[in-house]
Design a protein around this ligand. Sequence first.
Ligand code: UDP
Ligand code: MG
Length: 317
Amino acid sequence: MKKLISVIVPCFNEEEALPHFYREICRVSGEMEQVDFEFLFIDDGSSDGTLAALRKLAEGDRRVRYVSFSRNFGKEAAMYAGFQNCRGDYAAVMDADLQDPPALLPEMLRWIEEEGYDSVATRRVTRKGEPPIRSFFARRFYGLMRHISRTEIVDGARDYRLMTRQFLNALLRLCEVNRFSKGLYGWVGFRTKWLEFENQERVAGTTKWSFWKLLLYSFDGIVAFSVTPLAISSLTGIFFCLVSFLAICFIVIRTLLYGDPVAGWPSLACIVTFIGGIQLLCIGILGQYLSKTYLEVKNRPIYLVKESGGEEDDRDR
Ligand code: UDP
Ligand code: MG
């Protein structure tokens, strides 16, 4: 029996890009006769005609299935839903906007089947077409992560990858609410082959990530994969304790030797506000971890499904 590849596609307001994507994935899958395909679209609470388009696709093609969320839960939730609902021996995650070229699939499959890799990941080597300020901050983020996290998080890594069932099952065991896939992929380990490609522009529609959303997402990544900020705030605390101790000794000795002329209150005011600032910063860092812990402890579902559709499984798995 042929192996089955599940192609998982998170879609959020991708009405315009979907037809292009579907055409391309059909072309690529047509060329890969050694495997069967399943296309699992996750509608992440779109407000345009994405769901209607998916219903139509599912009617016309029995390889198409879809899951539609009750609201927008974010791409991470959509990918997790894809992992949970796919049935393939292999699973691939890719964007609906053709920024992750489906044409790489045959090569990815070859690396897994012939070279024995557990997953084949992609990274883009250029950031052509991206706003420079976004590239700048993205680079800083990956540089920072390299220093403060033990999990490998690769610069320019896309979420686009093909993985084996074993790798997928490992990912499914990580059911945290605060999901940061680029880190989760690295955390589970296994052998991963990296393919590189040039950045592609979106075929249609617009990006769903504002600068603000990306910034918050980077905090998610840091909190999920590093406790270094906590260590830094503790070290800062220790440092200031030492400094203040030395300062106290100095002042006591100076007062004993030279008396106590009242002077220097501006410097005192500066020190008080500076220390106050450091304290607030450290409480803020602590708060970040606490808030994520709070969200995990509540243990709310990662997504809620409103509707799903497509052919029922006729394979005996
Ligand atoms: N996406 C999603 N939920 C969201 C935001 C994005 O499912 O809340 C999907 C989107 O439809 C696309 C993929 O995630 O298929 C990547 O999004 P986008 O192209 O906007 O991001 P970019 O490529 O600009 O990083
Ligand atoms: Mg995109």
